[in-house]
Design a protein around this ligand. Structure first.
Ligand SMILES: NC(=O)c1ccc[n+]([C@@H]2O[C@H](COP(=O)([O-])OP(=O)(O)OC[C@H]3O[C@@H](n4cnc5c(N)ncnc54)[C@H](OP(=O)(O)O)[C@@H]3O)[C@@H](O)[C@H]2O)c1
Length: 223
């Protein structure tokens, strides 16, 4: 399976690439193909240092090429850029491409981290992305509460749960399997995409708890 990561030069993109290259080819996407290529080379070197060998290759391309070639596409971009990026890319994905949104509508105020969708009465990240999907059922939201700092260390066992929301069982299954490939991460289905805002709100809750209680990159686990 070819997994494309739009905004793959960011911290989350690096983590996804390192975790999934053991079994899949990874395409790192960027607005700048040279930056994508540089990141891809860096991640591949790190992966070989960590694992010795990996089954997949890591290559870098501009975001549009990545969108056209991927079987699974992760939108690893800020909430503020959904409209500009998704309007350009999502009409060009392959038929059947599963799109993953880990995007959190997050802002920092004097009070702490807040959820943009509530504070500014804006759509959830899922709702905003779904507007641009060719096949709306192929969008799945997940990975909102996993810390980039932990994801990029492929030897670290994460031992936490990942909330998953989506409208198609087959698309959700593909994402659940990718979550399961990351040791000790467990997918927890919350419901259809219309409930994604619930999963997205978990991130500001977690970040405020982290800061106020001096915790280090916490995750969520249901017991
Ligand atoms: N960081 C975390 O721990 C964490 C945890 C859970 C969920 N998330 C969510 O995951 C997503 C990615 O997080 P991140 O921390 O990796 O994000 P990031 O580093 O802020 O951005 C990721 C990439 O998005 C691209 N980008 C930035 N500004 C852009 C713009 N104006 N227009 C188009 N592309 C732009 C950049 O790639 P190029 O410049 O190469 O194009 C950048 O490397 C976010 O939505 C975040 O809310 C993050």
């Amino acid at each position: 399976m070819k997994i494309g990561i739009i905004g793959g030069t960011g911290g989350m993109g690096k983590g996804f690439a390192l975790r999934w290259c053991r079994n899949h080819d990874i395409l790192i996407g960027s607005r700048d193909a040279a930056r994508a290529n540089e990141a891809a080379q860096e991640y591949f070197t790190l992966a070989i240092q960590q694992f010795g060998t990996v089954k997949g290759k890591i290559a870098g391309k501009d975001n549009l090429c990545v969108a056209k070639e991927s079987d699974v596409l992760v939108l690893s971009i800020p909430y503020e850029n959904i409209d500009s990026i998704c309007s350009q890319l999502l009409p060009n994905v392959k038929d059947g491409c599963v799109v993953i949104s880990p995007i959190v509508p997050l802002t920092k105020t004097d009070a702490g981290f807040e959820f943009i969708s509530f504070k500014e009465k804006k759509p959830s990240a899922f709702e905003l992305v779904q507007k641009y999907m060719k096949d709306k059922s192929k969008l799945v939201s997940a990975f909102h509460t996993v810390s980039e700092k932990k994801l990029i260390d492929p030897k670290l066992i994460l031992d936490s749960d990942i909330f998953v929301c989506g409208d198609s069982d087959s698309a959700v299954n593909i994402v659940n399997n990718l979550i399961g490939e990351i040791k000790n991460l467990r997918p927890i289905l919350l419901g259809p995409g219309s409930l994604s805002y619930l999963a997205e709100t978990a991130t500001p809750i977690l970040l405020n708890a982290m800061i106020k209680n001096k915790m280090k990159n916490p995750g969520i686990k249901i017991i």
